[in-house]
Design a protein around this ligand. Structure first.
Ligand SMILES: NC(=O)c1ccc[n+]([C@@H]2O[C@H](COP(=O)([O-])OP(=O)(O)OC[C@H]3O[C@@H](n4cnc5c(N)ncnc54)[C@H](OP(=O)(O)O)[C@@H]3O)[C@@H](O)[C@H]2O)c1
Length: 329
């Protein structure tokens, strides 16, 4: 990597970004704002995102077209589409030696994409939601970046990874090395056990337990769901011990009493989650779900709307918007 230009490895290469969703849009805008000009967006035929990408000043083509043009393709389409995008659009059109960048180790780790030996296979992952990649960048920061090289065919894979992460803003906060396997397993486990699955399970189960015991849905929602944000912010800014330091001693004592028991109860479930992720069973199950038109996802999403916890959240947020209060009797 050049000492003077952290983006040197990308400066002379044509970069295609496939997908203009949360990450695709943010990466494209950040890389351009960081000074890269040779960027095109690849979208499927009839994509609803085409108008947005064009309105934001990008040249847009089909995935096949940009794959035939680019020196580097950053695949930022939904993971479940990677296999077909690779098979139908990128592999038949890509020039020899084209490098591939992923934002998640998933497709390579679980064999959805199996590029030919001439391809650099690079991980350049901004750790967090795609929208935050953009907002943090605009605020002068970035998301923590992780890079890995699965295959270095060109001899430049590491430089490309680091330049890419610099360009999307991760260099402003921290860039660390990993492997595709570690990132895939850790990312899936984190979102299943804690950030999404575990959090939602705890929030819903505790809301149901309190309301079954006669607590009003609004009060239960505030205590089990709504306040999560403030605790998450404290942990984000100060760590777990720092969060304990910032809350009441009553809250800390109660939490420390039950923390161990809850963790013990969850231990076997976490073992199963990790085994399923490591073995590829989870990826196989998601592939099968996607291939059959995602019937379970549709059922779950439809059921959400009827959940008492959703109704309580809607009711609370509508009251908060209006600044309404109960009239004292
Ligand atoms: N490392 C991390 O912490 C982290 C965090 C989040 C995400 N990621 C990764 O970032 C990548 C993108 O995630 P995202 O959150 O940005 O996804 P997203 O917002 O759902 O965007 C998906 C994009 O993929 C496109 N797409 C879907 N199916 C397609 C198909 N069959 N052919 C062509 N394009 C298709 C969509 O096209 P349309 O616009 O036409 O609908 C959309 O532009 C994934 O690999 C994900 O795992 C990594």
């Amino acid at each position: 990597m050049s000492d003077t230009d952290p983006l040197a490895a990308l400066r002379t290469r044509k970069l295609a970004i496939v997908g203009y969703g949360n990450h695709g849009r943010s990466h494209a805008l950040n890389l351009r704002d960081s000074g890269l000009t040779n960027i095109r967006i690849g979208l499927r035929e009839g994509s609803a995102s085409r108008a947005k990408a064009e309105a934001e000043g990008f040249e847009v083509g089909t995935v096949a077209e940009v794959a035939g043009w680019a020196d580097i393709v950053s695949i930022l389409a939904a993971d479940e589409a990677h296999a077909e995008i690779w098979r139908d659009d990128i592999a038949p059109n890509r020039p020899a030696g084209q490098a591939l960048i992923f934002c998640h180790g998933y497709s390579i780790q679980y064999g959805l994409v199996d590029p030919s030996p001439d391809a650099d296979i690079i991980l350049a992952a901004a750790k967090g939601p795609g929208g935050a990649v953009r907002t943090e960048y605009q605020n002068g920061g970035g998301l923590i970046g992780y890079w890995a090289v699965h295959r270095d065919a060109s001899g430049s894979a590491r430089d490309i990874a680091l330049a890419y992460l610099e360009g999307i803003g991760s260099g402003r906060v921290g860039i660390f090395e990993t492997t595709f396997e570690e990132e895939a397993v850790s990312d899936l486990f984190g979102e299943q056990a804690v950030l999404v699955g575990g959090l939602v399970a705890l929030a819903k189960a505790s809301f149901c337990r309190l309301t079954a015991a006669g607590v009003s849905p609004r009060m239960a929602y505030i205590d089990c769901v709504h306040e999560l944000k403030y605790l998450a912010d404290l942990i984000h800014d100060r760590g777990i011990a720092g969060m304990y330091d910032a809350i009441s001693d009553t809250a800390e004592f109660g939490a420390r009493l039950c923390e161990h028991d809850i963790a013990s109860a969850l231990g076997p479930e976490f073992d199963t989650l990790l085994d399923n992720i490591r073995s590829g069973d989870f990826a196989a199950s998601w592939n099968a779900e996607h291939a059959s038109g995602a019937p379970r996802m549709k059922t779950w999403r439809a059921a959400d709307l009827k959940e008492p916890v959703e109704e309580a959240g809607l009711e609370l947020r509508s009251r908060l918007k209006g600044g309404r209060r109960d009239t004292p009797s």
